[in-house]
Design a protein around this ligand. Structure first.
Ligand SMILES: C[S@@+](CC[C@H](N)C(=O)[O-])C[C@H]1O[C@@H](n2cnc3c(N)ncnc32)[C@H](O)[C@@H]1O
Length: 351
């Protein structure tokens, strides 16, 4: 096996795009990840980090371009690692995400799903967080703790743009991060908050509306008894026709009738009385929910609605309950266009 050194330049031929949106080139046992490339493209890349035979590279020059390549609408795209697909069109981006989700779902022997695209590919985020590194503030560079300044970021909603310009002009003091958040027409700016301002809210409101519309269609029948785990502000269960609802979240400013519990503590479940419910909803952070089986045994839901911003952990959790529940329908929801992230959603019925 030929060994490769950091900062060495290599000639590449991209084989495929991985789940993180990076082009993958293989040479013998060596694997090279090269962001912002597309299948079949060739060129030169520089190794910027190496772990055994895995090499993280930066694109230096393209010798041949894929037909799906387009010019990025963002001036920061080449350096910034906030977006991953702005070197191609939205249709191609969706197809890459579909391939990733298809591979993930095959573990559950599921071979079809519906795709819900985002109404806007750019200018959709109602919230951004700038990180600090030395005197700079912005988003991280690929495989680095250095940041790239992003005064012309293209994925924020337009009302945030003048506030972002002003932040770059005024250079406020903060320790780790600065958040700009647009709510009801007003932009608030907060420094170093532990939680997002106002608690978790979906960042892409227009795509969230499409997701909620689908959920309300899926559960439009009789009134249901519902438990909503990782409920946030009740975004998901609000659109369900429920007769009883219990919303649980750790965020301390949750609505007054919501239960404030750390769902990752093994004790959380013991503070609730056993009962049988119609629907268990869960929408956990990226780590997923390893306690799902305990909640399923205690509350015996007839149906489960699992929504996840990291579908790999959703699939892992669903594998644990697959002997008692069957996946009825699955969805790829593109809540985070231009990035490799997407939402996976599965509806399960008790066997
Ligand atoms: C992906 S968000 C989903 C929120 C909501 N379902 C929605 O659609 O807006 C995940 C939620 O998990 C909550 N959370 C994070 N860690 C938690 C924990 N240890 N216990 C309970 N809730 C937690 C967050 O506060 C956040 O509201």
């Amino acid at each position: 096996m030929t060994t490769r050194k950091d900062s060495q330049d290599i000639n590449f031929l991209i084989d495929h795009i991985d789940p993180l949106g990076q082009g993958v080139f293989k040479e013998g046992d060596n694997i090279f990840f090269i962001p912002k490339t597309l299948p079949n493209e060739t060129g030169i890349a520089r190794i910027i980090k190496k772990k055994k035979n895995i090499h993280f590279c930066q694109l230096i020059k393209l010798d041949s371009k894929a037909p799906q390549r387009t010019d990025s609408p963002c001036p920061h795209f080449n350096e910034c690692s906030g977006c991953h697909f702005l070197h191609t069109d939205y249709q191609s981006e969706i197809e890459f995400k579909q391939k990733t989700f298809t591979r993930m779902l095959s573990k559950l022997e599921i071979n079809q799903f519906e795709t819900i695209t985002s109404p806007d590919r750019l200018q959709y985020r109602n919230r951004i967080q700038l990180h600090r590194s030395g005197k700079k503030m912005g988003f991280y560079k690929y495989q680095s703790k250095q940041v790239v300044e992003v005064p012309n970021c293209k994925i924020i909603q337009p009302p945030i743009a003048p506030f972002l310009s002003k932040v770059y002009k005024d250079r406020p003091n903060f320790k780790s991060h600065l958040e700009l958040y647009l709510k009801d027409g007003t932009v608030s700016i907060n420094k170093d908050l532990r939680y997002a301002q106002g608690g978790f809210t979906q960042v892409n409101q227009a795509a969230n509306e499409k997701m909620l519309h689908k959920i309300s269609e899926l559960f439009k029948g009789e009134q249901l008894s519902v438990i909503d785990l990782f409920a946030g502000n009740g975004n998901i269960s609000d659109v369900i026709n429920y007769k009883t609802r219990m919303c649980i979240d750790i965020y301390p400013e949750s609505y007054s009738d919501f239960i404030n519990l750390d769902l990752y503590s093994a004790d959380a479940i013991h503070s609730l009385r056993e009962s049988s419910i119609d629907l268990l909803i869960l929408d956990p952070p990226r780590a997923g929910f390893k306690h799902l089986n305990d909640w399923v045994r205690k509350f015996k839901p007839k149906q489960i609605l699992y929504i996840s911003c990291h579908p790999m952990t959703m699939i892992r959790d669903l594998m644990e309950i697959k002997s008692n529940y069957s996946v009825d329908s699955s969805f790829l929801i593109d809540l985070f266009p231009a990035t490799f992230h997407f939402e996976g959603m599965c509806v399960l019925n008790r066997n």
